[in-house]
Structure formats: C-alpha cells, structure tokens
Write a protein that binds this ligand. Structure first.
Ligand SMILES: [Zn+2]
Length: 150
C-alpha cells in the first residue's frame, strides 16, 4: 500500500477501496471531468484552452486532491455569490523540503464556512450558462430556501 492522492492527508487504502471512495467523493463534489490529456511533445497543433461542452465558456481544468478532475471557473468570486456545494480553492503543492511549486490541486471547501467576502473558486457548473445548469441552480436555491425559510 502507498499513500494516495496528491496531498498527504488521505488514509492509506487498498486499490479497490481507494477507487470506490474517490469515485463516490467525485460524484458528490461534481469532480467528474475527464483527466487532462498530457500534451504530446511532437504535436505542433495550436493549444486550445478547455471549454465547457454545454455553454462554450473557457474553463480551468484541475486535478482534485484525490486524483479526480474538475472544471472550475476562471476567476474567484466572493463566497456569498457561490452556493456552498460549488466552492473550491486552489492549493499549490510544493516539493518536499523545497519552495518549488510542482502542482496545483483543487480542494472543495467544506467544514469551515468562508466569510461572505472571502474569495472562492466556483465550480464551472455554478457559473455555466447552459439551460441545464441554470435549472440546476434554481432547484438548488429552492432547496436552500426550503431548508432555511428566512
Ligand atoms: Zn458551461
């Protein structure tokens, strides 16, 4: 067994357990983007930034700390403008005992609530302009109102 994920805060699990756990977490958090394709060094085609398949907007493609992938928006927004389930932050991973940044991973913000003005990185889904995503956001808001009728 080895330590999995890109940061050392995950428990050590055997492969099937790890995959089941990571897949479930990915579904829960919406980290269902395909893994990033490593660019072929011989490929001279123009590099296009990834875009959303639903609305065509430019998205950022990040690995999560548990080796699944997620599409995030290109800019931070204040936490008050992003529904809790879509709040992420970017963490720079450094090589051990070195200041050199080796990777950036996306982590869902859970547990501690950010202040309303704290910048968070919304999942692209939260800012997606596709009809499906807008409908999803509406249902989300309704559920929140039902849970907290103030
Ligand atoms: Zn979109």
């Amino acid at each position: 067994m080895r330590v999995r994920g890109r940061v050392r805060l995950m428990v050590a699990l055997c492969d099937p357990c790890w995959n089941a756990h990571a897949n479930q977490l990915a579904l829960e958090e919406g980290a269902t983007a395909p893994p990033k394709v490593e660019p072929d060094p011989d490929d001279v085609a123009w590099y296009e930034p990834p875009t959303c398949g639903d609305c065509g907007a430019v998205v950022r493609h990040y690995p999560t700390n548990y080796d699944r992938w997620v599409y995030l928006a290109v800019e931070d927004l204040p936490a008050k403008d992003v529904a809790p389930r879509y709040r992420w932050r970017l963490e720079t991973i450094r090589a051990p005992y070195s200041p050199v940044a080796v990777d950036v991973v996306a982590m869902r913000i859970r547990g501690i609530e950010p202040l309303p003005s704290d910048p968070v990185r919304p999942a692209h889904r939260a800012v997606c302009l596709s009809p499906d995503a807008l409908q999803e956001a509406e249902q989300e808001a309704e559920q929140e109102r039902a849970a907290d009728p103030e």
